[in-house]
Design a protein around this ligand. Sequence first.
Ligand code: HEM
Length: 130
Amino acid sequence: MSEASGLSPYELLGGEAVLRQLVDRFYDIMASDPRAAGIQAMHAADTTLIRQKLFEFLSGWLGGPELFIQKYGHPRLRARHLPFAIGEEERDQWLICMYQAMAEIPMEEGLRSHLEEAFFRTADFMRNQE
Ligand code: HEM
């Protein structure tokens, strides 16, 4: 993305305000869509902290400010997910929520498909079960 336009995906998406909206919708959808009940049950009932953490992580992941690394150091994202059993089903539940949250935000189709693929790869990398 950044090669073509000179802008990062973070900037193309709309910066901090739109990223916060994406993360908030992601957890709202996870809490309300019965298809995501499996991964919803893995999360703490109070999502205040995880909303902030996912926002901070995605900020850097999208080429914006490295907020998560500044606070917590290297993300070690796969290691942080090892306490949770994640197979294809859990990966797909996560992606249902993220793709739905993305669908509610206007963006260029090129950015949309780039982000969908990048989220798929990252979620697939989190799998730790057959
Ligand atoms: C593949 C399916 C996934 C499942 C089932 C899953 C589940 C979880 C759970 C249960 C937590 C702990 C939440 C809590 O403390 O209440 C967590 C933390 C987190 N997840 Fe995921 N996750 C998945 C994929 C992803 C992906 C793709 C990303 C990033 C693009 C991500 C980013 C994070 C971050 C940044 C944290 C906070 C880590 C920490 O500091 O503790 N997760 N995840």
